[in-house]
Write a protein that binds this ligand. Structure first.
Ligand SMILES: CC(C)(COP(=O)(O)OP(=O)(O)OC[C@H]1O[C@@H](n2cnc3c(N)ncnc32)[C@H](O)[C@@H]1OP(=O)(O)O)[C@@H](O)C(=O)NCCC(=O)NCCS
Length: 169
Protein backbone atom coordinates (compact mmCIF):
# COMPACT_ATOMS: atom_id res chain seq x y z
CA UNK A 1 0.00 0.00 0.00
CA UNK A 2 1.26 3.50 -0.78
CA UNK A 3 1.45 6.46 1.56
CA UNK A 4 1.44 9.35 -0.90
CA UNK A 5 -0.44 11.95 1.13
CA UNK A 6 2.09 13.14 3.69
CA UNK A 7 0.33 12.18 6.90
CA UNK A 8 -2.40 9.76 5.83
CA UNK A 9 -1.42 6.15 5.45
CA UNK A 10 -3.54 3.14 4.63
CA UNK A 11 -3.44 -0.11 6.55
CA UNK A 12 -5.57 -3.11 7.45
CA UNK A 13 -8.36 -2.47 9.96
CA UNK A 14 -7.88 -4.11 13.36
CA UNK A 15 -10.21 -4.79 16.29
CA UNK A 16 -8.59 -1.91 18.16
CA UNK A 17 -9.84 0.46 15.42
CA UNK A 18 -13.51 -0.42 15.91
CA UNK A 19 -14.53 2.48 18.18
CA UNK A 20 -13.16 5.02 15.70
CA UNK A 21 -14.44 3.12 12.66
CA UNK A 22 -17.94 2.89 14.12
CA UNK A 23 -17.89 6.60 15.02
CA UNK A 24 -16.85 7.40 11.44
CA UNK A 25 -19.64 5.21 10.10
CA UNK A 26 -22.19 7.06 12.26
CA UNK A 27 -20.79 10.43 11.14
CA UNK A 28 -21.00 9.53 7.45
CA UNK A 29 -24.20 7.51 6.97
CA UNK A 30 -27.85 8.10 7.78
CA UNK A 31 -28.21 4.37 8.43
CA UNK A 32 -24.98 3.17 10.05
CA UNK A 33 -24.14 -0.51 10.17
CA UNK A 34 -25.72 -2.49 13.02
CA UNK A 35 -23.62 -3.00 16.13
CA UNK A 36 -20.92 -5.65 15.74
CA UNK A 37 -21.07 -5.62 11.92
CA UNK A 38 -17.49 -4.38 11.58
CA UNK A 39 -16.35 -6.85 14.24
CA UNK A 40 -17.94 -9.59 12.12
CA UNK A 41 -15.94 -8.46 9.08
CA UNK A 42 -12.73 -8.85 11.11
CA UNK A 43 -13.37 -12.40 12.32
CA UNK A 44 -10.38 -14.71 11.74
CA UNK A 45 -11.97 -16.63 8.85
CA UNK A 46 -13.28 -13.51 7.10
CA UNK A 47 -12.33 -13.00 3.45
CA UNK A 48 -13.38 -9.33 3.53
CA UNK A 49 -10.86 -6.62 2.74
CA UNK A 50 -11.07 -4.01 5.51
CA UNK A 51 -8.76 -0.99 5.39
CA UNK A 52 -8.49 2.26 7.29
CA UNK A 53 -6.85 5.57 6.42
CA UNK A 54 -4.98 6.87 9.43
CA UNK A 55 -3.87 10.45 9.92
CA UNK A 56 -0.61 10.83 11.84
CA UNK A 57 0.07 14.39 12.86
CA UNK A 58 3.02 15.35 15.04
CA UNK A 59 1.91 15.83 18.62
CA UNK A 60 -1.51 14.18 18.14
CA UNK A 61 -2.84 10.68 18.58
CA UNK A 62 -3.28 8.80 15.26
CA UNK A 63 -6.80 9.38 13.95
CA UNK A 64 -8.83 7.21 11.60
CA UNK A 65 -10.17 9.43 8.83
CA UNK A 66 -11.38 6.84 6.33
CA UNK A 67 -12.40 3.23 5.95
CA UNK A 68 -13.42 0.74 3.30
CA UNK A 69 -14.93 -2.75 3.44
CA UNK A 70 -14.98 -4.95 0.34
CA UNK A 71 -16.64 -8.36 0.33
CA UNK A 72 -15.10 -11.08 -1.84
CA UNK A 73 -17.77 -13.31 -3.31
CA UNK A 74 -16.17 -15.76 -5.75
CA UNK A 75 -14.56 -13.52 -8.41
CA UNK A 76 -16.63 -10.49 -7.37
CA UNK A 77 -15.45 -7.65 -5.11
CA UNK A 78 -18.53 -5.96 -3.66
CA UNK A 79 -17.94 -2.55 -2.10
CA UNK A 80 -19.88 -2.78 1.17
CA UNK A 81 -18.72 0.43 2.86
CA UNK A 82 -16.56 3.43 1.98
CA UNK A 83 -16.33 6.61 4.03
CA UNK A 84 -14.01 9.52 4.64
CA UNK A 85 -14.36 11.96 7.55
CA UNK A 86 -16.19 15.11 6.35
CA UNK A 87 -13.28 17.44 7.15
CA UNK A 88 -10.80 15.22 5.24
CA UNK A 89 -12.74 14.82 1.98
CA UNK A 90 -11.64 15.98 -1.45
CA UNK A 91 -7.98 15.04 -0.88
CA UNK A 92 -7.91 11.69 -2.64
CA UNK A 93 -8.30 9.57 0.49
CA UNK A 94 -11.49 7.86 -0.72
CA UNK A 95 -9.97 7.03 -4.10
CA UNK A 96 -6.79 5.65 -2.53
CA UNK A 97 -8.77 3.53 -0.09
CA UNK A 98 -10.94 2.01 -2.78
CA UNK A 99 -8.10 1.48 -5.27
CA UNK A 100 -6.02 -0.25 -2.56
CA UNK A 101 -8.90 -2.45 -1.43
CA UNK A 102 -9.68 -3.47 -5.02
CA UNK A 103 -6.05 -4.28 -5.65
CA UNK A 104 -6.00 -6.54 -2.59
CA UNK A 105 -9.28 -8.03 -3.78
CA UNK A 106 -7.67 -8.79 -7.14
CA UNK A 107 -4.78 -10.49 -5.34
CA UNK A 108 -7.41 -12.55 -3.47
CA UNK A 109 -8.95 -13.70 -6.77
CA UNK A 110 -11.59 -11.07 -7.55
CA UNK A 111 -11.77 -10.08 -11.22
CA UNK A 112 -14.66 -7.60 -11.20
CA UNK A 113 -16.40 -5.28 -8.77
CA UNK A 114 -19.95 -4.27 -8.01
CA UNK A 115 -21.61 -1.71 -5.77
CA UNK A 116 -24.81 0.20 -5.09
CA UNK A 117 -24.92 3.95 -4.64
CA UNK A 118 -27.65 6.52 -4.04
CA UNK A 119 -28.50 8.34 -7.28
CA UNK A 120 -28.02 11.68 -5.44
CA UNK A 121 -24.53 10.83 -4.10
CA UNK A 122 -22.56 13.08 -6.43
CA UNK A 123 -19.24 12.74 -4.57
CA UNK A 124 -19.32 8.95 -4.53
CA UNK A 125 -20.45 8.75 -8.17
CA UNK A 126 -17.58 11.02 -9.21
CA UNK A 127 -15.13 8.79 -7.39
CA UNK A 128 -16.58 5.57 -8.84
CA UNK A 129 -16.77 6.83 -12.42
CA UNK A 130 -13.16 8.04 -12.04
CA UNK A 131 -12.13 4.47 -11.24
CA UNK A 132 -13.94 3.22 -14.34
CA UNK A 133 -17.20 1.90 -12.87
CA UNK A 134 -20.12 1.82 -15.31
CA UNK A 135 -23.84 1.93 -14.50
CA UNK A 136 -25.54 -1.38 -15.26
CA UNK A 137 -28.88 -1.07 -13.51
CA UNK A 138 -31.20 0.74 -11.15
CA UNK A 139 -32.93 -0.47 -7.98
CA UNK A 140 -36.02 1.74 -7.56
CA UNK A 141 -36.74 2.80 -3.95
CA UNK A 142 -33.85 0.67 -2.70
CA UNK A 143 -32.95 2.75 0.39
CA UNK A 144 -35.35 2.22 3.28
CA UNK A 145 -34.83 5.63 4.92
CA UNK A 146 -35.66 7.87 1.95
CA UNK A 147 -36.88 5.35 -0.66
CA UNK A 148 -34.25 6.78 -2.96
CA UNK A 149 -33.21 4.74 -6.00
CA UNK A 150 -29.89 2.90 -6.06
CA UNK A 151 -27.64 2.85 -9.08
CA UNK A 152 -25.88 -0.46 -9.64
CA UNK A 153 -22.33 0.02 -10.90
CA UNK A 154 -19.75 -2.50 -12.05
CA UNK A 155 -16.05 -2.38 -12.79
CA UNK A 156 -15.24 -5.25 -15.11
CA UNK A 157 -12.51 -6.31 -15.40
CA UNK A 158 -10.42 -5.18 -12.44
CA UNK A 159 -7.12 -3.93 -13.82
CA UNK A 160 -4.39 -4.25 -11.17
CA UNK A 161 -1.99 -1.91 -12.96
CA UNK A 162 -4.61 0.83 -13.32
CA UNK A 163 -5.57 0.37 -9.66
CA UNK A 164 -1.96 0.64 -8.61
CA UNK A 165 -1.60 3.91 -10.51
CA UNK A 166 -4.80 5.28 -8.95
CA UNK A 167 -3.71 4.25 -5.49
CA UNK A 168 -0.61 6.40 -5.92
CA UNK A 169 -2.34 9.34 -7.67
C1 LIG B 1 -17.71 9.41 -1.24
C2 LIG B 1 -16.52 9.72 -0.35
C3 LIG B 1 -15.97 8.43 0.25
C4 LIG B 1 -15.43 10.36 -1.23
O1 LIG B 1 -14.24 10.48 -0.44
P1 LIG B 1 -13.14 11.62 -0.77
O2 LIG B 1 -11.92 11.26 -0.01
O3 LIG B 1 -13.70 12.96 -0.58
O4 LIG B 1 -12.93 11.37 -2.33
P2 LIG B 1 -11.63 11.78 -3.17
O5 LIG B 1 -11.00 13.00 -2.57
O6 LIG B 1 -10.77 10.56 -3.30
O7 LIG B 1 -12.26 12.18 -4.56
C5 LIG B 1 -12.36 11.29 -5.65
C6 LIG B 1 -12.97 12.05 -6.80
O8 LIG B 1 -14.30 12.47 -6.45
C7 LIG B 1 -14.41 13.89 -6.58
N1 LIG B 1 -15.27 14.39 -5.52
C8 LIG B 1 -15.11 14.24 -4.20
N2 LIG B 1 -16.11 14.88 -3.55
C9 LIG B 1 -16.88 15.45 -4.51
C10 LIG B 1 -18.06 16.24 -4.48
N3 LIG B 1 -18.65 16.57 -3.31
N4 LIG B 1 -18.60 16.62 -5.65
C11 LIG B 1 -18.03 16.28 -6.83
N5 LIG B 1 -16.90 15.54 -6.93
C12 LIG B 1 -16.35 15.13 -5.78
C13 LIG B 1 -12.99 14.40 -6.42
O9 LIG B 1 -12.83 15.67 -7.03
C14 LIG B 1 -12.22 13.34 -7.16
O10 LIG B 1 -12.39 13.53 -8.52
P3 LIG B 1 -11.15 13.76 -9.51
O11 LIG B 1 -10.53 12.39 -9.62
O12 LIG B 1 -11.80 14.18 -10.77
O13 LIG B 1 -10.28 14.75 -8.86
C15 LIG B 1 -16.90 10.75 0.76
O14 LIG B 1 -17.53 11.84 0.16
C16 LIG B 1 -17.79 10.17 1.83
O15 LIG B 1 -17.33 9.58 2.80
N6 LIG B 1 -19.13 10.35 1.68
C17 LIG B 1 -20.09 9.86 2.68
C18 LIG B 1 -20.18 8.35 2.66
C19 LIG B 1 -20.56 7.84 1.29
O16 LIG B 1 -21.43 8.37 0.62
N7 LIG B 1 -19.90 6.73 0.88
C20 LIG B 1 -20.17 6.08 -0.38
C21 LIG B 1 -21.38 5.22 -0.25
S1 LIG B 1 -21.77 4.41 -1.79
Amino acid sequence: MSSKAPQVHLRRMTLADLPQVEALDRACFRTPWPEDSFRYELRPDSTSICLVAELNEAGSEPQIVGMVVVWIIADMAEVAALAVAPQKRGRGVGRRLLASALQLAWEAGARKSILEVRVSNTAALHLYYGLGYQPVGMRPGYYEDTHEDALLLTLDPLDPLALQALEKS
